[in-house]
Design a protein around this ligand. Structure first.
Ligand code: SOE
Length: 375
């Protein structure tokens, strides 16, 4: 495990729990945690049950008692770490987004393909049971032809001009480290889910804004230009002909992590809301007229109908955010030794990166931009 912040905790929790709930081919062993601050990484390793710690990630990757490297470091470190890990023959799990841009992502994809090592990116929302159920319903053809896809991810934590940029936790505000603002951090989630549910995106037309133009930098102590997009909205056309709107901001007062999507098809519509993540809203026009209406499906049933739920409690009892990570680890482990890699792989995540690139490019040019696709 490289990194001990928010995601270091979310992933460690998943590694610890997964074997208690899922039947696995292999059990995770928490071998070592790695971070630059010795006192902090030692405390993290002790709290989460890692058997050792390192302060140098190259040393960690060189260790021959480690099979999987999990990258939870800031985005600018993803390529260096992933490429080194691939060259050392390690399996790699990488926190989203894959990289700061498509060009970096391509090098990472090449490295894992050359090494032939299993790899996966932590777009965890795919593994929320209600979202997986949405995928299954779409695969069954229940929606018919899709006309519209609508997604947003709203937050409000960067409104204060006194908030500095850079350094621990605040690297998301530093464009050099993060690559972009809400596009790579939040819309990347929306794009990953959208591509998974509705197929490739053909072109986009975007606008972005940076509301606070200067912030003190935590590492230099100087007031510096802010290079990230604070807000981004874009229109998209999917390859299947459907039209989409995507919106994200960190300036929507009152919203902490409001990720929602809605899909409208010829026969049926689906809607999901992260704040009520165990529910899937479904409307089917083919229902008998007198009872036709939106159903709110409480996605907690057993018997194979509701994805992952038979691994948890009894029907009716819901699970939460952290479980999406547990499911992702389970899927990754169970995909080993099969010819079906756990998705999204680096290659899948590169497709999302290309959409982000086109969005940021369109915001600059003011024009529709075609999305590059993974070959
Ligand atoms: C940002 O606040 C953030 O933590 C993202 O980085 C995560 O990917 C998202 O799931 C929640 O919000």
């Amino acid at each position: 495990m490289i990194g001990y912040g928010f995601m270091g905790r979310a992933h460690s929790n998943a590694f610890r729990k997964v074997g208690n709930f899922f039947d696995l081919k292999y059990q995770p062993v928490l071998q070592a945690a790695c971070g630059r601050d010795e006192a902090k990484v030692k405390a993290f390793a002790e709290r989460w049950g890692y058997q050792s710690y390192e302060t140098n990630w190259r040393k960690l990757i060189a260790r021959d008692d480690i099979d999987v490297i999990d990258i939870c470091a800031p985005n600018d470190m993803h390529p260096k770490m992933a490429i080194a890990a691939a060259e050392a023959g390690k399996m790699i799990l990488c926190e989203k987004p894959l990289a700061r841009n498509g060009a970096e992502g391509e090098k990472m994809v090449q490295a894992v393909q050359k090494a032939g090592v299993p790899n996966m990116v932590w777009y965890n929302y795919r593994r929320v049971p209600a979202v997986t159920l949405a995928y299954n319903l779409i695969q069954e053809g229940r929606l018919g032809r899709v006309f519209h896809y609508r997604a947003k991810f709203l937050q409000d934590w960067t409104i204060s001009p006194d908030l500095p940029q850079g350094g621990a936790a605040l690297w998301r505000l530093d464009a050099k480290v993060a690559g972009s603002g809400v596009t790579g951090d939040l819309l990347a989630h929306c794009i990953d889910t959208a591509i998974w549910l509705n197929g490739p995106i053909d072109k986009v037309c975007a606008m972005t804004e940076t509301f606070i133009k200067q912030r003190k930098h935590n590492l230099t102590g100087k007031v510096q230009r802010v290079g990230i997009d604070d807000a981004c909205a874009f229109l998209a056309r999917f390859k299947n002909g459907s039209l989409a709107t995507f919106e994200s901001t960190r300036y929507a007062r009152g919203h902490k992590a409001l990720y929602t999507f809605e899909i409208n098809g010829e026969h049926a519509s689906i809607a999901w809301d992260l704040h009520d993540l165990h529910r899937l809203e479904y409307f089917d026009h083919r229902d008998e007229g007198k009872i036709r209406g939106w159903r709110s499906i409480h996605v907690t049933d057993h018997g194979g109908d509701h994805p992952y739920m038979d691994k948890w409690w009894v029907p009716g009892l819901q699970i939460g955010y952290e479980h999406s990570f547990v499911h992702q680890v389970a899927d990754f482990i169970n995909s080993l030794d099969t010819d079906q890699p756990a998705q999204p792989t680096f290659r899948d995540a590169l497709e999302t990166q290309y959409v982000c690139d086109a969005v940021l490019q369109s915001a600059k040019t003011g024009k529709w931009e075609k999305v590059k696709h993974v070959k």
